[in-house]
Design a protein around this ligand. Structure first.
Ligand code: PAF
Length: 289
């Protein structure tokens, strides 16, 4: 695996692969099996796989979250070598933001940026767009691979890819969430949980599963309230949201007709660590009820 740290080096290196299919996996490091599944998918869709590790300050709405973000570079490099990743791009802050991080460019995301994660983390998706736009311009991949754990982020990047003035050619391929034994969605932030909390955190998945198993037209509010209550009874100290949305548009749903494609999404805190997860409802089954 070649490790490059500057945009100039990366562009130069990628010129030698001009006619090859390039797959791109953007990350913030502290890699886990979910990330490696993205590298594997990229390897099977493309000739050259580029992974980036960059902890992007503009997508953190709280300095403390940024400061505590886990850094495990030596381990990450080892995992990427084992997965046979071709290129690791490890840019510095100045490489990604040569003109500084403020004021950042604004991307037309509409309501998608103001709901769910956007409501609880103001500015987060503008920061994600800022860095993904910059990385896509440098790597110019055919495919970008992202995990469905960050469901709303996938929708935001889909929208970014459609912005005609940016002229990105990449297709987004989003892949299923990898889970711990407790069914907790794998995430770099899980490294901040104790062994005990890793077990308890599985309750977020169980609460979303409860919603998918119990929801029917008319019981939406009761179902979401019960799921929130379950979390608070099982060690989570606060719940940002448990919500229903259209699985395609991510428009929030209060009353479900039993047919609309649905995703249930949640965000909650366990011992100071904010966890998110989502499950897509098997509508074909629900529609039969
Ligand atoms: O999902 C992440 O790790 C980050 O949000 C991303 C896409 C690498 C942008 O910094």
């Amino acid at each position: 695996m070649q490790i490059v740290k500057t945009a100039v080096e990366l562009t130069h290196l990628l010129e030698s692969f001009k006619h090859q299919k390039i797959g791109f996996v953007p990350t913030m490091g502290a890699l886990h099996k979910g990330h490696i599944s993205l590298i594997d998918a990229s390897k099977s869709h493309s000739n050259i796989t580029v992974c980036s590790i960059f902890i992007n300050p503009t997508q953190f709405n709280q300095q403390a979250d940024f400061d505590k973000y886990p850094i495990t570079l030596a381990e990450d490099i080892q995992q990427l070598e084992q997965a046979d990743c071709d290129i690791l791009f490890l840019p510095s802050l100045a490489e990604v933001y040569p003109n500084g991080t403020t004021p950042i460019k604004s991307y037309p995301l509409g309501n998608l940026a103001n709901i769910l994660e956007g409501a609880f983390r103001p500015g987060h998706f503008q920061g994600v767009c800022q860095v993904v736009d910059c990385l896509l311009a440098l790597v110019a991949p055919h495919f970008i691979f992202m995990g469905q754990k960050d469901y709303q982020q996938c929708k935001v990047v889909e929208q970014l890819l459609k912005m005609p003035h940016l002229n990105h050619q990449a297709k987004l391929i989003s892949l299923p969430t990898f889970r711990e034994k407790s069914m907790l969605a794998m995430s770099s932030r899980n490294r901040r949980l104790s062994a005990d909390d890793l077990e308890k955190a599985g309750e977020l998945y169980q609460s979303l599963l409860y919603v998918t198993n119990t929801l029917k037209p008319g019981n939406e509010k009761a179902c979401l309230q019960k799921a929130t209550h379950n979390l608070l009874q099982n060690g989570f100290h606060s719940v940002d949201y448990i919500a229903l949305a259209n699985a395609n548009s991510l428009i929030l749903i209060e009353q479900w007709d039993g047919l609309e494609p649905l995703v249930v999404l949640g965000a909650a805190f366990l011992n100071g660590v904010r966890l998110i997860d989502n499950l897509i409802l098997p509508v074909h089954l629900k529609g039969l009820h």
